[in-house]
Structure formats: C-alpha cells, structure tokens
Write a protein that binds this ligand. Structure first.
Ligand code: PXP
Length: 250
C-alpha cells in the first residue's frame, strides 16, 4: 500500500479576499481574513505544508504575510517565486523549507502555464543552484511533458511540480482522459529520472478522486478550492475533507 500524497495548502486566496477590501492597508488591525489565522486552521485540519506565491505585483500575499508564516511553528513553508534575481535573493534570506519556481506574468489571473525550463536552462540552473546552496529544496513547476522533465534533471532540480491545470480545465469533457494520460506519463518519467513528483493547480474536491490515483505523487498543492470551501465550512474542516479524499477515505 503506497502512502497517500501529502497536502500542501496554498493560502494565496485567503489574502486575495483580504486585498479585495484592504489593498494598501493590509496591516490594519481590522484587515480580514488573516492568512496567518487561515494557515493555523489549515494546519489544525491536517495540512502537511503551506504554500504561498509572493507575486511581483503583490496582488495577494504580502511580504509581511510571508514573514509571519515563516515564523509559524510546525509549518513547512513552500515559497512559489518567479525566476528573478530579486526573488532569488529574497528566498535565500528567508530560507523556507522549499521553493517552487513558477512563471509569472502580470496579465494572468493566476499561474496559467508551466515554467519553460528547456527554453531557459542557464537561467533556471543558476537559480536552482543559488537556492539549493541556501539549503532550500527547489522544485520546478512544469507542464506534464517529458522534455521539461528532462530539462529539470539537467538543471539539477530534485523536485518537479506537474501542472494539472490543463487536466482540471478539461475535467468533465472527453478531453480529460488524454490530459490524465499525459500526467501519468510525466509522473512515471519523472520518477524514473529520480525526481520527487508533486502536482498542483486547479485540483478540486471532485477531480481529486481521479488525480489521486496518479503514480509516485509525493505532494499535491491545492489552494482555490480549499479557500472556497472554507467560506462555507471553515478552513479546518475544508482541509480535513481534502485529506480524507487524499487517503481515499471519501
Ligand atoms: N501550484 C502552483 C505552482 C501554483 O502556482 C498554484 C496557484 O496557481 C497552485 C499549485 C494552486 O492552484 P489552485 O489554487 O488552483 O489550487
């Protein structure tokens, strides 16, 4: 019996809700909801880790949030970051347990495509080396393509996070099976090449029933659906429900 994937809870959208009202004064004592309080509840519900994306435009998570989360006892923090010198230096100073390199463009609502590792090997390799030298476990957020997996190996990353967005987008249509097959091939290939395999983006309480059967999954990073569910049930229950789904209990 293989162990179920770990659950990294992405709390960006707790901050999205706060920023919708408190942009420019998120440090106000009245600012709500608090991503830190959300994170505490997520941990109480069984989250194995916390993920945040400090975006260049600071549209949701702020540097204050990252600082507070990094100091939270018992929380394994995964910082998503763009492959830029400023962010690399920021991560090296913060020293989160893990960092995930993601593409970032100002126009997209959230991270829509994987990082093109194959197309910018030198830049990604230098960033991976700089983060690893600070003791940070580095992953690369890539599309489920064997060429990108091979490029991740070539640049020295120990972990990949496979982008499940295309599958999630196709969910409920006949195209979902082909997307699932692509993910399966990428999981197998990454595992064979010695990489730790994570996955994330667009996973919800429904499609997880299919995704959880993918081979070699170490961790899933799930955000939007948990924050959305938490509005109705509270974060603790929302996370506990997703954990039960990952175990196959529900
Ligand atoms: N993994 C990565 C690399 C992401 O950028 C995101 C957010 O876009 C997620 C996971 C979580 O995606 P979602 O909020 O759709 O669950």
């Amino acid at each position: 019996m293989t162990r179920p994937p770990l659950l990294g809870v992405n709390i960006d959208h707790a901050a999205t809700l706060r920023q919708a009202r408190y942009r420019g004064h998120h440090a106000s004592p009245h600012a709500e909801p608090s991503p830190l309080a959300f994170a505490r509840e997520a941990l109480a519900g069984g989250a194995d880790g916390l993920t945040v994306h400090l975006r260049e435009d600071r549209r949701h998570i702020q540097e204050d949030d990252v600082r507070a989360l990094a100091a939270l006892p018992g929380a394994r923090l995964n910082l998503e970051l763009a492959c830029t010198p400023w962010m690399t230096e920021y991560a090296r100073r913060l020293r989160p347990a893990a960092a995930c390199l993601v593409p970032e463009s100002r126009e997209e609502v959230t991270t829509e495509g994987g990082l093109d590792v194959a197309g910018q090997r030198d830049r990604v390799a230098a960033t991976v080396a700089a983060l690893a030298a600070a003791g940070i476990e580095v992953s690369l957020f890539i599309g489920p393509e064997t060429a990108q997996v091979d490029a991740a190996v070539a640049v020295g990353a120990p972990v990949v996070e496979l982008h499940t967005g295309a599958f999630a987008h196709a969910w409920g249509t006949p195209a979902a099976d082909a997307e699932l097959a692509r993910l399966r091939v990428a999981c197998e290939h990454a595992h064979r090449r010695g990489l730790v395999v994570n996955a994330g983006h667009g996973i919800n309480y429904d499609n997880i029933r299919v995704l959880r059967a993918l081979p070699h999954l170490h961790e899933l990073n799930i955000g939007h659906t948990i924050v959305a569910r938490a509005l109705l049930t509270g974060a603790r229950a929302a996370v506990a429900e997703m954990k039960a789904l990952l175990r196959g209990d529900a």
